[in-house]
Design a protein around this ligand. Structure first.
Ligand code: ADP
Ligand code: MG
Length: 710
């Protein structure tokens, strides 16, 4: 038996094809073949196991199909009948082709219509059995019998009955070349033939403790539920079968994270000594004292850095809470020990801003700071490898092949949500087990943090510097432009500065630029006695930097910008922000933007200009902005509005994808899966007693656990 078949037991064999294992290419499954295999590939199905784990997205209750005379008007209904006639009608004026199908059962007639799909006619032969599923229209009191527009349909042959009717049937997302019904047939054959080969890798006690059904049964029932199942639970994804599959996704994810965390604590890192001379000198030079929360987090970092194992810490804190200072103190500890430190930011603009700030702050200490982006000259790269530069601030360019450090001791990643486990690993490999500090300005709900940063220790800066005033936020409509202008005028006359933000229109960067440029023109006209500047993503970065510097110095009153200012800009004198087309922005982004104001001790205003009509979701986002400025509440609300989706970008973050699980709906399962996973790794870090589980784990992480380790 080759190793790859191990997750399917070698002792049980299929009565149909003894050689088939989970890794067998799908084309060898009965009824597939090379052509269909290529179609399935488009659905991400390559192997037998992939088929078994390709689950329906909904279920239809066909246990008791309704007769035509008992269909409920106005709701989605499914009925089994026979084709009586099919005719194509061309409308006289618009020349639209309508296919009209009359179907019947022993209780009456039903009319179904499809628009501009005349080719469907060939399917409908008189006497053909057909299942129709659609919203029932018509009005029995006016003599208009039941009708369906564009219903889903499936043609049945005599021997189809068992799979496609008289039961709860699964509905799969189809692809070109394979219909939902064909997929259902394929799934029926595959799951009944092969699902019992799935060997349960979950330790029995975990299964029992969490009340989970065996794997093979869960897989079978998620495809073809038992007669007595609760259809609404199935459709909500909370049936017992779903619970088991969801638990597994979480468990394998958390197990990997637990393993990563464990391994790191076994590794030797740098044990910094903290004389604290540089850091104290730096802190004494600051015009303010650290907040209690900053002090607490600095202390946690100090302690981590002194320990002989590599630090892996996440610093979590709302916009404006002062993470940069905390990062700097940590870098100074590394530098004082003769090591280099780097800070990686997600955008060039943010890297520039960090560079400018950090440069200014540590200049007095006689340290050399460098900015590294993709365009950085070789000479500077050499300065980094020779160790002439102690602190490097940069973008993704930091993890380029050509960048080598002499002795990287601390790597800081700002705005972590845009980077992933893998980038963290690559950055780590730039030194010999350097300490890693991750800073995130986007507060995320605890459950999410737990999942995404499950391998990190977490510190929270939950206090804003004293004297900050809450930002007054209000939604305005285009008809209220005059009111907006007078509010802007009032702030400007107090000597304050103003941001005007235009959205990024994704389809067209040029359009986006155009609206910002036109906006700048308009503001120049309206506020002709003020100085207006413009920054956008298409500018050369020295030009952009020049405008930003002018704004910071107070030489520009009104800064018109695209979303490039989302993060990291720090101008305490700016007290008003107008966000144009606020309805187009995501909630997290609006919050980030708003974080640019309210940094001084003045009352600040965030004006959200929204252009109706907009969606209910947009309305909720705007309302959330008006009602709270607490980043954590914003994050929870964002998650509630958006749904989990790919909220935390698993695809780019390098952790296994969650297909069945929904972190909101399944929060409790996530918590228990996490507990079980961490307990298991604590007791058995090498999983020696669970070879099958270990193998499944490595497979699910697709070798990424190995990469992260190195
Ligand atoms: P963020 O956490 O959003 O990155 P920053 O580090 O950019 O926040 O800090 C925001 C602003 O607050 C900066 O102007 C910074 O100098 C200032 N700041 C940081 N810590 C304090 C403090 N303890 N007291 C007063 N101002 C502070
Ligand atoms: Mg910051």
């Amino acid at each position: 038996m080759n190793d790859r078949t191990k997750s399917f037991t070698g002792t049980k064999t299929s009565a149909y094809s003894p050689q088939i294992s989970g890794d067998t290419p799908v084309q060898y499954v009965k009824g597939v073949g090379p052509a269909r295999a290529r179609i399935l590939e488009r659905l991400g199905i390559n192997t037998v196991e992939d088929i078994l784990f390709y689950f329906p997205w909904r279920y239809e209750d066909r246990r008791h199909l309704k007769k035509i005379n008992s269909l409920a008007y106005g709701s989605l209904q499914t009925t089994l009948c026979e084709v009586a006639s099919a005719n194509i009608i061309t409308t006289p004026r618009k020349k639209m082709k309508i296919l009209e199908l009359a179907v019947a059962d022993e209780t009456g007639f039903l009319k179904a219509r499809w628009f501009n799909q005349p080719y469907l006619k060939k399917y409908f032969k008189k006497g053909q059995k057909i299942i129709l599923s659609g919203v029932v229209k018509g009005n029995p009191y006016n003599g208009i019998g039941p009708e369906m527009d564009n219903p889903d349909f499936e043609l049945l042959s005599e021997d189809d009955r068992l799979v496609h009717t008289s039961r709860i049937v699964p509905v799969y997302r189809a692809a070109e070349g394979i219909s939902p019904k064909q997929l259902r047939t394929l799934m029926f054959n595959t799951s009944s033939t092969y699902s019992f080969l799935l060997e349960d890798y979950l330790p029995g006690y975990i299964r029992e403790r969490n009340n989970l059904m065996p794997l093979s049964r869960a897989v079978r029932e998620a495809h073809f539920p038992e007669e007595c199942s609760d259809v609404s639970a199935l459709n909500k994804g909370i049936s017992p079968a779903h619970r088991r599959l969801v638990f597994d996704e979480f468990f394998l994810l958390e197990l990997g994270l637990a393993l990563l965390k464990k391994r790191e604590t076994f590794e030797r890192g740098i044990s910094f000594t903290d004389r604290g001379v540089l850091a104290s000198r730096f802190l004494q030079g600051l015009p303010f004292e650290l907040t209690g929360a900053q002090k607490r987090v600095v202390a946690q970092i100090r302690e981590d850095m002194q320990r002989p194992v590599p630090m892996n810490r996440l610093v979590h804190g709302d916009v404006g809470c002062g993470k940069t200072v905390v990062a700097l103190v940590s870098m100074l500890i590394a530098v004082e020990n003769g090591y280099q430190a780097c800070l990686m930011a997600p955008t060039e603009l943010l890297a520039e801003q960090h560079f400018i700030n950090i440069h200014r702050m540590v200049e007095a200490l006689g340290l050399k700071v460098a900015l590294l982006t993709s365009g950085t000259k070789e000479r500077l790269v050499d300065d980094i490898s020779s160790g002439t530069v102690q602190i490097v601030v940069g973008t993704h360019a930091l993890i380029q092949e050509r960048v080598r450090f002499r002795n990287l001791g601390l790597a800081i990643i700002d705005e972590q949500h845009r980077f992933g486990v893998l980038q963290r690993a690559t950055l780590r490999s730039k030194g010999f087990n350097p300490d890693i500090l991750v800073m995130t300005a986007t507060p995320i709900p605890r459950t999410l943090a737990m999942t995404l940063y499950g391998d990190l220790d977490v510190s929270i800066i939950d206090e804003l510097p004293a004297g900050r005033r809450p930002v007054i936020t209000k939604v305005f409509f285009p008809s209220q432009k005059d009111m907006i202008y007078s509010l802007i005028k009032a702030e400007l006359s107090k000597g304050r500065q103003v941001y005007i933000v235009y959205p990024l229109i994704e389809e067209s960067e040029r359009l986006d630029l155009k609206s910002a440029m036109e906006g700048a023109e308009a503001f120049r006209r309206i506020f002709s006695d003020r100085r207006t500047g413009l920054v956008h993503g298409r500018m050369r970065h020295d030009e952009r930097e020049a405008v930003m510097a002018q704004f910071k110095a107070g030489d520009i009153d009104i800064l018109v910008a695209t979303t490039v200012i989302e993060v990291g800009i720090d101008v305490p004198n700016a007290s008003l922000m107008l966000i144009v087309h606020a309805e187009r922005f995501g909630l997290a982004q609006l919050h980030q933007l708003r974080g640019r104001i309210g940094r001084g001790s003045y009352d600040s205003y965030c004006l959200l200009m929204a252009y109706p009509p907009f969606s209910e979701e947009a309305r909720r986002r705007l309302r959330a902005m008006e009602s709270t400025s607490d980043g954590f509440r914003i994050a929870e609300e964002d998650l509630a509005i958006r749904g989990p989706g790919d909220f935390f970008g698993t695809r780019q973050s390098g952790i296994p994808e969650l297909k069945m699980a929904n972190i909101i709906r399944d929060m409790e399962l996530l918590e228990s899966a996490r507990r079980e996973a961490f307990d298991l790794i604590d007791a058995e870090p090498d999983l020696a007693g669970h070879p099958l589980l270990k193998e499944t784990l490595l497979k699910r992480w697709r070798g990424r656990l190995e990469l992260v380790k190195s």
